[in-house]
Design a protein around this ligand. Sequence first.
Ligand code: ADP
Ligand code: MG
Length: 263
Amino acid sequence: MHLHVNRLCVSLSGTDIVQEVTLRVGAGQFVGLIGPNGCGKSTLLKSIYKVIKPRQGSVMLSELDVLRASPKAVAQKLGVVGQFNDLSFDFTVQEMVAMGRTPHKGLLEADNRQDSLIVEEALRRVNLEHYAQRSYNSLSGGEKQRVILARVMAQQPEFLILDEPTNHLDIKYQLQILTIVRNLGIGVLAALHDLVLSAKYCDYLYVMKKGQVVASGIPEEILTKALIGDVFGVACETYINPVTGELGIAYLDSVPQVREQVH
Ligand code: ADP
Ligand code: MG
């Protein structure tokens, strides 16, 4: 499935947080959304997955009009890994992942053998097959994140939205999660905070600043020293790593503002 977001505007408490954002993710494409803290990435993603109602604009998942469709119709196609996944009720890891099957079941329909196999396979893919009976709340932040990824895989979505999915994770699991997601072969729109990882995994990037998309393109072409300086306010040098052929970014120390002494 492909995603087409057209001229989306979101206002919260009277402030325009997302302004006229238009973006496309092709079928099977892994597209990153980058920009500094507070620029509106989460708000944009939430309005795409129906948690926040946009003031204007449309969201189409192939032929499905997301903003008008029922939550269940959307959940059968769209998987979401949001930023905060804390629960007040305790569930086992297996129960958490099994919740991914809900959009495919009728009211009160019990899980069947096929659901159990899907849940088992999802846990295996995030290396948590031995955690099935553990309490979710007892897990570390990184383990919780992998359970949530397993849950979204059990949902078998045709499109995935991720909001900084590798927060709290060791580099090993950051790479593991992004590799798993890329190998799902479905369209993905992911807010990512690590620019080097966004270049490594994404086919295409949208750059946001103050609620607007200010640049878009393939990572190697848009992640320039000038753009990173302008959007993130940091000095850096970019280079192509001679060993991997991938984009590298060397951040320079930030220069403290020198205040003139007033005598
Ligand atoms: P990002 O994910 O890029 O860090 P967010 O989408 O979380 O950015 O936030 C964008 C801006 O919207 C921030 O300035 C934040 O303070 C503001 N914001 C978020 N939620 C609300 C709200 N409910 N009411 C008013 N402002 C909000
Ligand atoms: Mg955010």
